[in-house]
Design a protein around this ligand. Sequence first.
Ligand SMILES: Nc1nc2c(c(=O)[nH]1)N[C@H]1C(S)=C(S)[C@@H](COP(=O)(O)OP(=O)(O)OC[C@H]3O[C@@H](n4cnc5c(=O)[nH]c(N)nc54)[C@H](O)[C@@H]3O)O[C@H]1N2
Ligand SMILES: Nc1nc2c(c(=O)[nH]1)N[C@H]1C(S)=C(S)[C@@H](COP(=O)(O)OP(=O)(O)OC[C@H]3O[C@@H](n4cnc5c(=O)[nH]c(N)nc54)[C@H](O)[C@@H]3O)O[C@H]1N2
Ligand SMILES: [Mo]
Length: 768
Amino acid sequence: MPEPDDDLDDLSVGPPKTWATGVPAVAHALKYALGRTSPRRTALALLNINQDGGIDCPGCAWPDGDPGHRHLNEYCENGAKHITDEATTRRLTREFFARHTVTELAARSDRWLNQQGRLTEPMVKRATSDHYEPIGWDEALTLLADELRALDDPDEAVFYTSGRLPNEPAFLLQLFARAFGTNNLPDCSNLCHESSGAALNETLGIGKGSVTLEDLHDSDLVFVVGQNPGTNHPRMLSALEETKRRGGSVVAVNPLPEAGLLRFKHPQKARGVIGRGTTIADQFLQIRPGGDLALFQALNLLLLRAEDEAPGTVVDRDFVERHTSGFDVFSDHIRSLDWAHVLAATGLRRDEIEEVHRRVLGARSVIVCWAMGLTQHKHGVATIREVVNFLLLRGNIGRPGAGVCPVRGHSNVQGDRTMGVWERMPQAFLDALGKEFGFTPPSRHGLDSVDAIRAMRDGRAHVFVGVGGNFVRATPDSEVTERAMRGCRLTAHISTKLNRSHTVPGRTALILPTLGRGDRDVQAGGEQFMTVEDSMSDVHATRGRLTPAAPDLLSEVAVISRLARKVLDGKPEIDWASFEADYDVVRDRIGRVVPGFEDFNRRVRAPGGFTLPNPVNRRTFPTPTGTAVFTANPFSRLTAPAGHVILQTLRSHDQWNTVPYADDDRYRGIRGGRRVVLVNADDLAEFGIAEGDLVDLVSMWDGDGVERRAPGFRTVAYPTPRGSAAAYYPETNVLVPLDSVADGSNTPTSKAVAVRLVPTVTPGGGRP
Ligand SMILES: Nc1nc2c(c(=O)[nH]1)N[C@H]1C(S)=C(S)[C@@H](COP(=O)(O)OP(=O)(O)OC[C@H]3O[C@@H](n4cnc5c(=O)[nH]c(N)nc54)[C@H](O)[C@@H]3O)O[C@H]1N2
Ligand SMILES: Nc1nc2c(c(=O)[nH]1)N[C@H]1C(S)=C(S)[C@@H](COP(=O)(O)OP(=O)(O)OC[C@H]3O[C@@H](n4cnc5c(=O)[nH]c(N)nc54)[C@H](O)[C@@H]3O)O[C@H]1N2
Ligand SMILES: [Mo]
């Protein structure tokens, strides 16, 4: 795939940083902002982020803290970049699309496409043309509605969402899809925390985290596993700093020595600005990729052995007896664990694991936080189930300072699920929805993201509608996915900015531009706000303040409601116009369908909103047995075939998912280039490749025998464990096989692709 704007010649590599966040971070964000928007828009946008009555930062799903205890600047460097990227004063007009063919745009980099500015009017690419041209809203929605109505079966349509979508449009989207007759509601969660949802649903009965910010502050011991908070959840570092101030400790588990995990300078406190900052991780376990299952099994074995030696002092027997099931099967299974396998899988020393064990014994309360380093592995679901075993053993669920903390990505990815955006919503939800709106929602499960690609590839789905996101770049196996999209009769994207998905059209393609989170949203019923749910189940309002990017933009609620009116034509009878006019009306209906949202409109107007109850915190487990479930998880480890390394695909500091903002990854010491692969120096030596050499990454997967290639990556010697490597997503998605997914969640194994490094051959035949 061509990336002509990614200029390797600017690349410079320095040592990785050992601290994160501080004055340079804030200065960096402002520099980024002022390059893209006016000082007034910057100030307006930034001062409103995460303030009560302001806009919820679209950067990530980390919670805000109580209204009385927020800093004036309650956002981070990366949230600031994210919001100013949306607030840009650059505009994409019809002249732009007249100047560039779609083919030409498809050859541009992700970064360049994003930099062209905000989309301003609906555009269509017709079957006979290689250009997008303007189209009126009514005509565009009629075109889309006609294609949907012409399908033989509603299941031939796919409605993708990204977790940016606030609750109100998310609820309407799933209502529309189900009234149309399909559960095909894949979302970015399928690519993200689906493994967490699957494991937590099965073991605790609810697929969400159980801890609050207060729990985190008060915990004795917090694990941060498979996560790079310095870049992806910077405000989490402030919470961990507070944990430490109150006497708790932190154990970080990661193949990479990520800057924020080691040391942290708080940008909004004098101490952070001038001092050395706080050492965050008391212990850092540099684990081999995929070794976490073995690590938690080893910790569980040590706990069981310690209980044998001093019965009644280690395992919380009262909790285990009253609230759990499956303990015996689990404990028999763990007792057969082989230490040699553990050490091989983790790459850790036994004394390191024993040191963690002693910390656990000394901690009255333990929290485990995790993100993509656990979920995007073949045995991701099993690993998270083992984390639950670990917490259950000592009763570290449902009491202060303890619990599970899957750290979510998109700002409303958790809320979208709560609103019913899921291809497999439970029947009780479907029944409540059907009762409220007078129809019978389909109960057959729909397609998730991976299955949607398969369906489009195989000609079983013909219309793709994306509400936000960048489907072709977020998903694996880019070449397969792009072919699948091009095979559609119609692709339509409701978007704020241009991205690669718009340049990979179906026979006909629509770009439907929408208001962003920061834009003021005025409807017939007056100025509107929307709501989101963060990683800790706090539901609160978000209200944009900026003049909309263009007069012709519709809100997501408006686009979905108008489309639904055209497609459904009054059957079932739903007053879509009333939703568009006043979002309170949508919230009233949500309150009657979604448990926990009773009296929604009143409660969400309270300062800070409200917190959804999590039954787990009352030690009530809504599983079929009514107990928390211990599980026996088969031991599993990752190994690369000879001559290969396990490649993880991750985020740089200067990108937001599929959208690179700049070519730097400051904390990892990389500047001016994204086509780099970080490899252990000893592996490079073994392969006879010098640092700085240009290589192609070639993946080969037993599952389908297909060779996949991402050409032209500069090697960087980096402290990643032997046998492992790292490179940025989405440039490397082409290497991830579509069918290589996590067992039990169907999430692509984006953190484990076996690749070999093949010296790049230039067109002239030689090595550059
Ligand atoms: N600035 C910024 N913020 C973001 C995003 C963004 O793109 N930019 N994206 C948002 C989204 S949607 C999400 S889901 C989150 C993602 O947040 P993260 O999960 O932090 O994101 P990744 O960059 O994928 O980093 C994965 C981390 O897991 C580690 N890791 C990889 N494999 C393993 C393993 O086998 N075991 C262990 N223990 N660790 C491993 C990697 O070294 C890396 O530190 O961030 C959200 N916030
Ligand atoms: N190889 C690999 N692949 C991965 C991952 C990985 O770690 N490695 N991570 C996965 C994860 S965790 C996730 S969450 C997915 C992310 O997948 P997505 O959520 O699909 O991707 P984003 O890059 O967040 O989408 C960016 C686009 O969203 C649109 N947008 C932004 N704001 C708004 C808005 O307010 N409204 C609307 N309608 N549109 C908006 C813009 O047009 C922008 O171009 O990627 C996944 N893919
Ligand atoms: Mo994500």
